[in-house]
Design a binder for this molecule. Sequence first.
Ligand SMILES: [Zn+2]
Ligand SMILES: [Zn+2]
Length: 87
Amino acid sequence: MVPLGSFKAKYCNSCNVMKPERCHHCSACDRCILKMDHHCPWINRCVGWRNYKLFYLFILYATLFCFFIIASVIPPLVSRAKVITPP
Ligand SMILES: [Zn+2]
Ligand SMILES: [Zn+2]
């Protein structure tokens, strides 16, 4: 438990509000983001407390999709390589 008086609130000059700990102002979104991880250009918004799980799932499914593409491209390439190479 955090004792009273140890809370260090900071002031955001852009939003004109007091911001809690682990809150950062994103210059791209022009707003304060709680537990900000980074501003992601792929989803065009910040990854923070509200969408961290969704971003994690997005990365997981994108990785699985890459593995699926690789797995579906390799067998036709191998079969074509067998046809092209002379016996
Ligand atoms: Zn701000
Ligand atoms: Zn942002």
